[in-house]
Write a protein that binds this ligand. Sequence first.
Ligand SMILES: Nc1ncnc2c1ncn2[C@@H]1O[C@H](COP(=O)(O)OP(=O)(O)OP(=O)(O)O)[C@@H](O)[C@H]1O
Length: 591
Amino acid sequence: MAAEVKLGTPLWRAVHRYRTAFITVAILSAVLNVLLLGGSIYMMLVYDSVLPSHSLPTLFSLLAMITIVYAFQALFDMMRSRILNDVGSALDQNMQPLVQRAISEAALRGGRFSGDGMTPMRDLDNIRAFLSGTGPTTLIDLPWIVFFLVVLSMLHIWLGVTALVGALIMIGMTWMTDRATKAPTQEIGQLTSYRSGMAESNLRHVEVLTALGMRERMRDRWSEVNKVYLASNDRLARSVAVLGGSSKVFRMFLQSAILTVGALLVIDGKASGGVIFASSILSGRSLAPIDTAIANWRGFASARAGWRRLNDLFARLSAAGDAVVQLPRPSKELLVEQVVIAPPGTQRVTVQHAQFRLGAGDALGIIGPSAAGKTSLARALIGVWPVLRGSVRLDGATRDQWDPERFGEAIGYLPQTVELLEGTVAENIARFEPDAPSEVIIAAAQAAGVHDLVVALPQGYETPVGSDGTQLSAGQRQRIGLARALYGNPFLVLLDEPNSNLDQAGEEALEHAIAGVRARGGIAIVIAHRPSALARVSHVLFMRDGRQEAFGPRDEVLAKIMSKPIPINAGVEAADNSRGEAPRKAAGGER
Ligand SMILES: Nc1ncnc2c1ncn2[C@@H]1O[C@H](COP(=O)(O)OP(=O)(O)OP(=O)(O)O)[C@@H](O)[C@H]1O
């Protein structure tokens, strides 16, 4: 039974969890904004009471009071920044696992964005940076403009009206900033990913690029993308600078305008001298959040674009749920029923109507020319590619009925490119399981016939493999990859061209490993171009052009395909009659 995990708006739900913190920030902001009146009131009192009376005690009492007010302002400001910073970090920590899962799911479904595929992670970074910066406090302070306008109007209606007109103009500027930043912000998001994906790919392939004299050409290609990226950044920075600068100057002008209105009111005898200065300061303070908002709009726009993209991504992945009922480990059979496969994110069928059944103790060799669909079928069998039609069942259950981690424990997979991860040999064999028992690691290494090879390494099982396993030879990588595939005695072990880099000893270890899987009641599937890998299989499946052309007991199928004209690279050298070798001998014969 698959549980419906509602991922629709997980960001909102995560933010909702911190509502108490947001309410506290809102209350602190309210107090802070009221305290902001302190400076203006102080100026008004000094001007209107202290100066006419020349009273020093009044002046110092007022100074003491305003000092306390400023101290509280500083305290509350610090408190709300701290709370928001904590919320940003907690939200990040909370969402990171979901974001990582979304990145993997999107990649598996073929929805990997061009580039490095890490856009969702950067989006979450942008949201955290926005929450931890001045953004939220600025936005919270914006509605308080109305309060200051009311206070100004209470001093005199014309002061309020002047400030209102100024505020409306500045809000218009904010709207223009938003329009000017929206498109470049989105463009920069995509370009950042593309640019870093390209740089990462160039670095990963540096040896090939150097050997083939392609480094400069690839660097030039990257520079072209970088140029577009810089231009977009430039455009964005310029818009923000122009509008941010204008709003700041306009705010200063507005203060002078208010001063002028105040002066006119004083001349008219409708206000005191203190009111002029108080209102000027008040208007400056009240409109400050608008130009702070404009100056920081870039961060806000990035966070908003990231927020939308993430919600969109989560919504698209909402159907993926975790199984709640844990099925027992499979132990009986693999059933493939009329399976049609297309690479994720495409409708291009690469395997049509594959159908076969394997029982515990069977081993299957999949052979066929290049691009016959062997690897496509393999990926669907282990559940990393979806099936368009038909089904793949282990002990009667399709993959979506399993908890993904538990399903992985039942699978052993050695891909064509071994893909070891940064860590030690032991960690790689143990699939990075924390506290993996040594005896299980050694058992896997022994099953793969690689134990002696590992202990002969400089640090034995603790030898670091380097990024992508580059500190090992291709043969060593492949054999350690085989041990990883066999770790924990998985039921279904799938080996995609496991002998492409093996020497004689490696080939023998591979044969032994396949025999071992069969002997313990597992199922082994081997995709092979070289005949030695077929030595220990019980069945053979021959594929061509995405079709299953033959399936059955090994010798029967090999005999059948030998009787037909087979392309020279049909997948097993044994099938290549042009060499005049006896196919059965080349295939090894079941031992
Ligand atoms: N990720 C992918 N996206 C789109 N098409 C793909 C993808 N992977 C494979 N294909 C296409 O699917 C077809 C079958 O490829 P597949 O790798 O399954 O063949 P194969 O029999 O394993 O070949 P080989 O023996 O050369 O490894 C090919 O035409 C290939 O271009």
